[in-house]
Design a protein around this ligand. Sequence first.
Ligand code: 5GP
Ligand code: ZN
Length: 116
Amino acid sequence: MSDTSDSCIFCTIVAGEVPAEELGRNDRAIAIKDLNPQAPFHALVIPVDHHENAAASAAADPATIGHLVSLADEVAKAAGNADYRLVANTGAGAGQTVFHTHLHVLAGSLGMTERL
Ligand code: 5GP
Ligand code: ZN
């Protein structure tokens, strides 16, 4: 399944139409550096298929979340971060600004809301 949206910034990045600093990929997702890092290490892990949030991706294909977590672990450790935080903002009220599923991978300090 390939579900994309022309107006979605992450779909354009996945398609290679907008440049991003890529950290890794698997067959279902890519990892890039966040444009506006909130921690010393701040990556985004983005599924290729467009869904508006992690729950929608999980509903469409439960395996997607496993692929995201595996890639997050890989890129964090490749950058020397055995310890890291994963964040999936869901809804504008929780700070979501890009409505294409993504995991924030934060390391080097707690980042974002510090200690929840
Ligand atoms: P959200 O607020 O939706 O949870 O996270 C969206 C994230 O995407 C933000 O941390 C923001 O800095 C990042 N972002 C938005 N546009 C771009 C872009 O064009 N390139 C990259 N690398 N990151 C982006
Ligand atoms: Zn998209």
